[in-house]
Design a protein around this ligand. Structure first.
Ligand code: ADP
Ligand code: MG
Length: 705
């Protein structure tokens, strides 16, 4: 599948000369791609760029060398003084070296005598490089970084790149492995347009990779360096091209024109206890226009928590139903599927829509009956969890699939899933509450059409946010007591302790026990380990006002709607991502009461952590928060990349390479329009690029047509 000329780059690192089992183990630890077999490959070495450099320019003489710094000298070996004494407390092995101006002791602890005699034979000249120190009035250099015969050139680089390392791996070993990998770089055809290459002053792919591993000055390490820009562009182009192919593929599927006069929608809107916001009306018009178009709809509905996405989705589904089709609505959790059922069924009643729920919990006869009705067309809207994708569920005629994405999954995955099972051929609306900055939107959704709900329903009061150290927990609990007395309801979110759900749970249980000591049975606990029915039962009691305090791990994060809840307490807020805090806070401020959010943190708070919590205090605008998150965290970890399903880049950095991203998007679009199947020479080159950045999935999609 992969073009043969790329194969050497994907060979395991251990195939390289000089990489034995020990170094291989360390390279795997440092570089092995996450989740793939655990073996570092040549390409992983090439993508591992230096982060600093050491100047090993030759010093003129020992006497002129600065103390405490790395110096590189040409010296003559004068004498070996093996350390005496008993094993274990042996004095170090010293080798006296000199030039015309002075002398230095090279100091080796735990030395191998024979090795040192070979490395530094008495009477020979050597180039040495290391840190020059003074000890007891003598100059010394403990464990030189480099010792090599003069005139070999290869031995001591004038400027040495410094790489991120792992314990046990020396910079020299890693550098040698990378040098060896560079030797395996094939020449590849150019995939970047010649004029664009020229305009930017970029060099070929191969030259750029080599250049990055041979920095001449600190400037060469910056994201703005042309070689880095070029490779970042390559990576972004591969990303954008893959997304464009996916989009092309989806759009090409039999799309249908789904349009209706809007009788059902009108009935629903007229019965709503509120008027639609301008943003909701706009989004709906965009969705309806997309559905009415014979091309396939692929639209993202982006809106902050509480911006009213559900109603928009319902109205879009009403259009599909009125046009004679069915609709499916998928939620990320069972809890949410049930809550959506309640809301949607309530609002949809005036239109007489037939709605059913299907999750992992409907089993046996009940399940069969639902499936039958679905196939028979007796159900208009099916609400369920994402698990709906996994089972082959047959609709009579699915016209629209709505996926309440929240930020749990990458859209990419979803699209791929949709491909296989449910809803192939259906119009697709993905809803997300993650306020993704525009730049990042592009990296994960590509050219997906976007509708934004950038306006909150009227009457929402701002949430007061306070930042409080955990030491003042007693005061916080007193505050909760007052709030509960006045009839308010409180969310209490427990810390994310670590990777382990067991630990999270223990913390939540402890806090719950604590609070029960004070508030008795009015405290409930909900967490991820609870069976669906139990979870729903606790939530239902909270929603009905029987519980005053709901302690939880982050399971309430997505979508829960209890308008009477007006206090949100988040323990160890410093451990949450900004996006997550924003989602959690969005749970309150939905009702008539003045709401508050208390962010409890553990001291001492780092500078970035403090700034992040301050952002939370200063704004409630999800898009502003997202941009700040991007600024504070920089590339890579943005928005908790992994949870959000946003792709992690190996070379490209955002926001630093934001301009390149836009250019790559346009480039990808243009190239695909010109050669929809990447035909011809230039198409061939782009195909290589996709393989190079391991977007094999995109190439396959293109084959599939
Ligand atoms: P989201 O899914 O975007 O987080 P929801 O759709 O759950 O938001 O809506 C949040 C709450 O706002 C719900 O109680 C919903 O009924 C209400 N709501 C939706 N649209 C409006 C509106 N235009 N005016 C007032 N309330 C609205
Ligand atoms: Mg919602």
């Amino acid at each position: 599948m992969r073009p043969a000329r790329l194969n050497p780059l994907f060979a395991p690192a251990r195939a390289l000369k000089g990489v034995g089992p020990r170094i291989d183990g360390l390279l795997n630890k440092l570089l092995a791609p996450r989740g793939v077999g655990g073996h570092a490959r040549l390409i992983d070495l090439l993508w591992h760029f230096p982060v600093g450099l050491v100047d090993r320019a030759r010093s003129p003489s020992i006497a002129e060398s600065p103390l405490g710094q790395i110096v590189t000298l040409t010296v003559r070996v004068a004498e070996h003084r093996p350390g005496g004494g008993r094993k274990g407390r042996r004095a170090p092995y010293r080798i006296l070296v000199e030039d015309e101006t002075s002398a230095i002791d090279l100091v080796y602890f735990r030395a191998d005598r024979r090795y040192l005699e070979r490395l530094l034979p008495v009477g020979e000249t050597r180039i040495i490089s290391g840190r020059l120190e003074s000890y007891d009035g003598r100059l010394q250099m403990p464990h030189p970084d480099h010792v090599s015969p003069p005139d070999t050139g290869a031995g001591v680089p004038e400027i040495e790149p410094v790489y991120p390392l792992t314990a046990g791996l020396s910079n020299t070993s890693l550098r040698k492995a990378i040098q060896a990998a560079l030797g395996g770089l094939p020449n590849l055809p150019e995939w970047i347009d010649a004029a664009f290459l020229d305009k930017n002053g970029w060099r070929s792919f191969t030259e750029s990779v080599k250049q990055l591993h041979a920095p001449g000055s600190a400037d060469d390490l910056l994201p703005s360096h042309p070689a880095r820009q070029r490779l970042a562009y390559d990576e972004l182009l591969a990303n954008q091209l893959a997304l464009a192919i996916l989009r092309q593929h989806m759009k090409r599927r039999a799309g249908r024109a789904i349009a209706a006069p809007g009788r059902l929608g009108k009935a629903i809107v007229e019965a709503l206890p509120f008027a639609l916001t301008g943003a909701q009306t706009r989004a709906l018009a965009e969705i309806d226009a997309d559905m009415a178009d014979p091309l396939h709809m692929l639209r993202l509905l982006q809106g902050d928590v509480g911006s009213g996405k559900t109603v928009v989705a319902l109205l879009a589904m009403a259009t599909a139903v009125e046009a004679g089709h069915q609709a499916a609505f998928m939620a990320p959790t069972e809890l949410l599927a049930r809550q959506h059922l309640a809301t949607i069924a309530h609002f949809a009643e005036p239109a007489g829509l037939r709605i059913a729920l299907l999750t992992g919990r409907e089993r046996g006869k009940e399940r069969l009956a639902i499936l039958d009705a679905l196939q028979g067309g007796e159900i208009d809207i099916l609400i369920g969890t994402h698990a709906l994708f996994q089972d082959p569920i047959a609709f009579r005629d699915l016209g629209l699939a709505v996926i309440d994405e929240q930020h749990r999954f990458g859209v990419h995955q979803r699209l791929a899933l949709q491909e296989k099972g449910l809803g192939a051929g259906a119009e697709l609306l993905v809803m997300t509450a993650t306020p993704i900055p525009r730049t990042l939107l592009l990296t994960s959704y590509g050219d997906l059409d976007v509708s934004r709900l950038d306006e909150k329903p009227p009457g929402r009061k701002p949430v007061t946010t306070r930042i409080i150290p955990l030491e003042r927990l007693d005061e916080v609990i007193d505050g909760v007591a007052r709030a509960v007395e006045s009839g308010a309801q409180v969310y209490w979110v427990c810390p994310l302790v670590g990777e382990s759900e067991v630990l999270d749970l223990a913390a939540a249980e402890e806090r719950c026990a604590d609070l029960r000591g004070q508030f008795g049975e009015r405290v409930g606990l909900v967490h991820g380990k609870l069976a669906g029915k139990e979870k729903d039962a606790v939530m239902a009691r909270f929603a009905a006002g029987e519980l005053s305090v709901l302690v939880s791990t982050t399971v309430i994060e997505v979508g829960v709607d209890v308008p009477n809840a007006s206090v949100m307490i988040i323990e160890h807020a410093e451990r949450f991502g900004l996006a997550q805090l924003h989602q959690l806070r969005g749970r309150v401020g939905r009702g008539a009461a003045q709401s508050s959010c208390l962010l409890l943190y553990k001291q001492p708070l780092g500078e970035i952590a403090r700034e992040r919590l301050n952002v939370m205090r200063e704004t409630e605008d999800g898009f502003v928060i997202a941009e700040e998150d991007l600024r504070l965290r920089g590339g890579g970890e943005v928005l908790g990349t992994r949870q959000s399903g946003l792709p992690a880049f190996r070379i490209a950095q955002l926001p630093e390479h934001q301009d390149l991203l836009a250019a790559a998007r346009d480039d990808a679009r243009l190239r695909l329009a010109r050669t929809p199947r990447l035909e011809g020479e230039s198409g061939e080159a782009l195909r290589l690029l996709l393989y190079l950045f391991e977007r094999d999935d995109a190439v396959k999609l293109m084959r599939a047509g």
